[in-house]
Unconditional design. Structure first.
Ligand code: GLY
Length: 383
């Protein structure tokens, strides 16, 4: 029974009800995933249209196939060992993960971290088989081939001169491959990309730009621009969430304190500029006419990034504060934004993929589902 108190924008709770809320949300998420597998077997969705996963809408780029199997691995981790349920989630996670293996050589996207950290890294976490690790290492090596010496960044899928903030979520797989192989060149690429992203995409106030454009001859950064945000000088909410999470991951691998302070600056910007319930508009600088449009996927990624950051912070008080902020976001998502209306196929409503192309606007989006479940899983593992 929900005993959350909603007063204006703030959702508070009574003792023990958070755990009930998060546990019942996991049950709902499992139902939605199973229904999707039964309805559209072996289909890898990206975003809904009027709440339905399967449609003819364009994808823009091919980056989301890891999220559905990734959610299956997360659910599997919560099933009691040895049960039929656990066996079903594991078998289905493997069935959906395996077809992704050839993408370890995919040079057309900058998203190999999204695809393989959600799947093969989780699979390897349960089954430490060297052949699974080899897939991850190859994906890291392939990602590293995007590196532009002039400018010192991993190029986006769009063009040689383009650097996206989203790539901060994918550079982690290069750090991983560097650590596992001891290859200094991989570490160098990962470090230099992260330093360039910090210098050209994260601003002094902790806000972030979506894209930087470089001069290919000189390597000079010419300007900040955007594809999915409002303007080149605005702060696209999901980009900020990728930055917060990605710089935290880079700090986890490198222990470079500059990366930790960047992750904290992004977290502080998100927290200071969001409404009290923790769910921000699709762009922090959105104009009046679309100010009401939220992006719940940015909120879910932020919550998971804050939970990661809470474990990385040097200062335990700060760490506890970030965990509290993540919990507040998750409470809001669970109380207000679940896809519980009849016929809605997603778990979380209110995500935004690409507003200018009118793709997945105010819909469920696969990365929102995945990071929401990741954050939920973190909460349910807390004592
Ligand atoms: N292309 C990654 C995103 O839409 O956030």
């Amino acid at each position: 029974m929900a005993r959350h108190i909603i007063a204006g924008d703030v959702i508070t709770f009574q003792e023990n009800t958070d755990r009930e809320l998060f546990a019942s949300t996991l049950v709902f998420a499992k139902q939605q995933i199973r229904a999707l597998v039964e309805r559209n077997p072996d289909f890898y969705p990206m975003y809904t249209r009027e709440g339905r996963w399967k449609h003819e809408g364009e994808s823009w780029t091919h980056w989301c196939d890891g999220f559905l199997p990734g959610m299956m691995w997360i659910v599997y981790g919560h099933e009691p060992a040895g049960t039929d349920e656990a066996a079903w989630w594991r078998e289905t996670a493997i069935r959906y993960s395996k077809p992704l293996e050839p993408r370890k050589l995919d040079r057309t996207v900058h998203d190999l971290g999204f695809i393989f950290v959600s799947t093969y890294a989780r699979w390897h976490g349960f089954t430490p088989d060297p052949s699974l690790k080899a897939v991850l290492i190859q994906a890291g090596k392939t990602m590293s081939l995007r590196f532009k010496e002039k400018g010192e960044y991993l190029r986006s899928f769009v063009a040689d001169e383009s650097l996206f903030i989203d790539i901060m979520m994918n550079v982690g797989i290069i750090f991983y491959a560097a650590v596992e192989t001891g290859d200094a060149r991989l570490l160098d690429v990962a470090m230099r990309h992260t330093l360039t992203s910090r210098r050209t995409l994260v601003r002094g106030d902790g806000s972030s730009a979506h894209e930087a454009i470089f001069d290919l001859e000189t390597g000079e950064c010419k300007k900040q621009t955007t594809h999915q945000g409002y303007r080149g000088d605005s702060c696209w909410s999901r980009g900020l969430a990728w930055a917060l999470y990605g710089f935290g991951t880079a700090y986890g691998y490198s222990r470079d304190p500059g990366f930790l302070s960047t992750a904290e600056a992004c977290a502080d910007f998100y927290i200071a500029n969001s409404p009290a319930d923790g769910v921000a508009p699709w762009d922090f600088d959105a104009p009046e006419e679309s100010r009401e449009l939220l992006d719940t996927s940015a909120a879910a990624i932020t919550a998971s990034g804050l939970f990661q950051l809470s474990g990385l912070c040097m200062d335990p008080v700060k760490g506890a504060f970030y965990a509290d902020c993540g919990r507040r976001i998750m409470r809001t998502l669970c109380v207000r934004h679940l896809g519980q209306s009849p016929g809605w196929e997603g778990i979380l409503k209110g995500g935004v993929y690409h507003i200018h192309k009118n793709l997945g606007v105010n819909e469920s989006v696969m990365w929102g589902e995945y990071f929401f479940l990741e954050a939920l899983s973190w909460l349910l593992r807390q004592p």
